[in-house]
Design a protein around this ligand. Structure first.
Ligand SMILES: Nc1ncnc2c1ncn2[C@@H]1O[C@H](COP(=O)(O)OP(=O)(O)OP(=O)(O)O)[C@@H](O)[C@H]1O
Ligand SMILES: [Mg+2]
Length: 258
């Protein structure tokens, strides 16, 4: 097995205090989570709300540091990386949140929204930037006439296509997709998921796909991990976990889906 990402013994605690008069409350968002993501796979992370899925997604992309444990990308711990290699890591690992958390600047046209990540990550000329913008639009199934549109002139599905185009602009290898289609209606969900699956093949990507939708997990994932209260209770190939769950909680979850 060619491991792209190795997540080992990750723990993360949050301390929340609603007012100075209240006792601080500890939340163990992740408890000793360990699993690997094989290159080229679609690893689905499922589990109920608050089980720690997004926290793990943020840690896997170095947007948040864990209290304990490590994340290795191609054998390298992403929390102890030299400044020089950091730029490469930022290119290679990208995250797509659900739409509400991934706002597009309402004053900027699609072409400007796409030029931004290209300019940040790739050292290319103005001409090549324009060429790349056209290519990116094609990859996410938008025609060139969308270049001059503002976000409010786009449908939800089209906006999510622009968000995906921004995420793949740096030519990444690993993408965390945190509920990427949950704000869309069912037919649009299918279209965007199919686009993501096509892009995975075309660009040789690996996905960590966070979802609470077992139907999408079953249809699009190769592997799956089940989270409950910050603990990864079961992991394996999607058909093994969903057809023959070993853990009680997984069984309950899968039965409620059938
Ligand atoms: N920045 C934060 N500060 C304090 N608590 C947090 C923070 N982020 C997450 N939490 C808490 O950690 C727990 C796990 O949250 P997380 O967002 O990872 O869950 P999730 O599985 O993604 O849920 P959902 O399916 O609703 O998106 C929750 O109890 C949440 O309230
Ligand atoms: Mg979440």
């Amino acid at each position: 097995m060619n491991k792209l990402i190795e997540i080992s013994n990750i723990s993360k605690e949050f301390i929340i205090q609603r007012s100075p008069f209240e006792k601080p409350k500890r939340i163990n968002a992740l408890k000793n989570v360990t699993f690997d993501i094989e290159k080229g796979s679609v690893f689905g992370l499922i589990g109920e709300s608050g089980s720690g899925k997004s926290t793990l997604g943020k840690i896997a992309t170095n947007l948040m540091t864990p209290d304990e444990g490590e994340v290795c990308y191609k054998g390298q711990n992403i929390f102890y990386i030299k400044e020089k290699e950091m730029a490469k890591l930022r290119k290679d690992i990208q995250i797509v949140f659900q739409m509400a958390l991934n706002p597009l600047d309402p004053k900027r046209k699609v072409e400007e929204l796409l030029a931004e990540p290209l300019n940040i990550h790739l050292d290319i000329s103005r001409y090549d930037t324009m060429k790349n913008i056209n290519e990116l639009l094609g990859k996410v199934g938008l025609s060139e006439e969308y270049k001059t549109k503002l976000p409010f002139q786009l449908s939800g599905g089209q906006r999510q296509r622009v968000i995906i185009a921004r995420a793949i602009a740096s030519k990444p290898q690993f993408l965390v997709l945190d509920e990427p289609v949950s704000a869309l209606d069912v037919s649009m969900q299918g279209q965007i998921m199919n686009l993501l699956i096509d892009l995975r093949k075309e660009l040789d990507l690996t996905y960590l796909f966070i979802t609470h939708d077992l139907y999408l997990a079953r249809k699009f994932c190769t592997h799956i991990g089940v989270m409950k209260d910050g603990v990864l209770v079961e992991t394996g190939r999607v058909e093994d976990v969903m057809d023959n769950p070993k853990n009680d909680y997984t069984r309950q979850l899968v039965n409620s889906f059938r």
